[in-house]
Design a protein around this ligand. Structure first.
Ligand code: BGC
Length: 553
């Protein structure tokens, strides 16, 4: 199947986020690699995926799992070669799967030759590629993001006796975007990888490129300007490729990254993600309705990337103190489950492995406005390991089978980059691709079914408008997705108890709701309110169709 040439391909896509090291080890060294990823493309195709987001695979000392790049123009040898990378792209495209990669452009590793040069002295030409100061009082008041590890955004460099600026770990010096050479170099990095057929970038840590005294040093106009330049570059030199923004911000600031259709094609809907979990914890639709109303509308060719979990902690930086308390109380009862201002857990353990809740969450992810992004392994209900440091507990080997090392690698288990999950509730002997494919009722088979339904309705769910229905039950979330006069009604019971709701559907009088997954037919809509009873944590996707079938259908 050739690559479809739709310019808005990303709006019809379902993305799959995956670290190369975690997916499949093809050469038995205990670390996943490009060749392994290529071998498993058919699995992703079968899952209904048409976009892959690769986590950083560049040369790196791996002190921040590859978000600390020491050479932007090469691949970490453990992951393979540039040739392997190209094969992955070709093979993915042959299956109509696009591939985007992380572009870490705010900072580099302190092992990067640019920084090593800069350390040689204040006159070194690379000195100004970084942000230096004689004291650590500059830009005071700027928040520290990795608050469990770092006390300040400045680190002392003893040899040249100055501080350098870093928004993340102190081994990740920020680049100085006021320097035109830096701006140009990053454009060259973009060209280098897009030239090899990559379909775009997930741009890391977007808000932090520039620093200005007296500001939060986030979302500055200069930062937006630079991304507009990058957008122009990709549109003219690599049409059809996309930029996706990682901007963990409040709704107005996050939305600003779409610009006037001249900045990012996509941005993660960070405001929505925690509020989905808050809605469940409080058994109330309001957090979701309010945040969707704040994050829409967006320009027509742009799209939110919506997600439930990713490779980081479930961040709680952009929520109120009260909302954060709700989240910690419900989802992070043990101190080890927390990291910085967030919760380092996977999807299934977050909701105590409750299958109806997991299904409800996927049904939200696949029907709310935006492009769904899955995190690898969550389609199996993989568990996590909170006893591994940093965010490593949610980055364990993909579970392929009940064989040694979960079928991920033939290495000795001690040699694996991380132990696989063996907690009895999530053990790889049962939670794995092979076993789940064999069991018709498994989570994996259910998710596969849902991606097929999503793709059947991809015009409505990928491009349609959303309207929330008014009613009297705060536990029920109900919305209509609409495009070209075709409608889908989505209803969710967010509570742990059965409940009911009466919806005024009179404007759809004469149409019959047809349940989208099984084609079960419901009675025609009349003048009276339409009555639904809903089991705990349940949902309906109902396509509203012409009443042209017999009563006993
Ligand atoms: C990435 C993290 C990383 C940080 C610093 C984030 O936004 O998602 O995994 O640690 O950037 O690069």
């Amino acid at each position: 199947m050739p690559l479809d040439d739709s310019k808005l391909w990303y709006r019809d896509a379902i993305f799959y986020e995956v670290p190369i090291k975690s997916f499949y080890d093809s050469n038995g060294d205990g670390i996943g690699d490009f060749a392994g990823m290529t071998k498993k493309l058919d699995y992703l195709k079968d899952l209904g995926i048409n976009g892959i987001w690769l986590l950083p695979f560049y040369k790196s000392p791996l002190k921040d799992d590859g978000y600390d790049i020491s050479d932007y123009y090469s691949i970490l040898p453990e992951y393979g070669t540039i040739e392997d990378f190209k094969i992955l792209i070709t093979e993915a495209h042959a299956r109509n799967i696009r591939v985007i990669a992380d572009l870490v452009l705010n900072h580099v590793s302190d092992q990067n030759s640019w920084f090593r040069e800069a350390l040689k002295g204040k006159d070194n030409p690379k000195r100004d590629w970084f942000v230096w100061s004689d004291d650590d009082a500059k830009y005071s008041g700027v928040r520290v993001i990795f608050s469990d590890t770092e006390m300040s955004n400045w680190a002392w460099e003893p040899k040249t006796k100055q501080y350098y600026w870093h928004r993340f770990y102190s081994h990740q010096p920020d680049l100085n975007y006021d320097n035109p050479e830096v701006r140009e170099e990053i454009k060259n990095v973009v060209r280098f990888w897009l030239d090899m057929g990559l379909d775009g970038f997930r741009c890391d840590a977007v808000p932090y490129l520039f620093e200005r005294e007296g500001t939060s040093c986030e979302n500055l106009p200069e930062t937006h300007e630079y991304f507009k330049e990058l957008r122009k570059l990709v549109d003219t030199e690599f049409p059809g490729t996309i930029l996706l923004a990682e901007a963990n911000q409040w709704p107005t600031d996050a939305k600003a990254y779409f610009g006037n259709e001249d900045e990012f094609h996509m941005a993660f809907n960070f405001p929505l993600m925690p509020r989905i979990f808050i809605a469940l914890a409080t058994e109330s639709a309001a957090p979701i309705v309010n945040i969707i109303n704040q994050t829409l509308p967006i320009p027509p060719t742009c799209d939110w990337g919506i997600f439930l979990r990713n490779h980081d902690e479930l961040t709680l930086e952009m929520v109120t103190d009260e909302e954060r308390d709700i989240m910690y109380n419900e989802y992070a009862k043990l101190p080890k489950m927390r990291l910085n201002l967030g919760i380092r857990r996977r999807l299934a353990p977050l909701v105590d492995n409750d299958r109806p809740t997991i299904e409800l969450l996927y049904a939200l992810l696949l029907s709310l406005p935006g492009t769904p992004i899955f995190y690898y392994g969550d389609e199996l209900g993989m568990g996590d390991n909170i006893y591994l440091g940093d965010r490593n507990g949610v980055r364990t080997p993909m579970q392929w089978s009940f064989d040694r090392n979960a079928g991920f690698s033939t290495a000795d288990t001690e040699q694996l980059y991380s132990p696989p999950i063996t907690n009895p509730n999530y053990h790889y002997e049962t939670v794995n691709v092979e076993s789940e494919l064999r069991l018709p009722t498994s989570l994996l088979n259910w998710v596969k079914k849902m991606t097929r339904v999503r793709s059947k309705f991809s015009d409505i769910l990928g491009h349609g408008d959303v309207e929330f229905l008014q009613h009297k039950n705060r536990r029920i979330l109900a919305y209509i997705r609409t495009i070209d006069g075709r409608n889908m009604l989505c209803i969710f019971n967010l509570s742990r108890r059965p409940t009911y709701v009466e919806l005024d559907l009179s404007r759809f009088k004469g149409l019959r709701p047809v349940e989208a997954i099984t084609d079960a037919k419901f009675p025609a809509i009349g003048d009276l309110p339409y009555f639904f009873t809903m089991p705990p944590r349940s949902f309906f996707w109902l396509s509203l169709t012409e009443n042209d079938f017999k009563e006993d259908d």
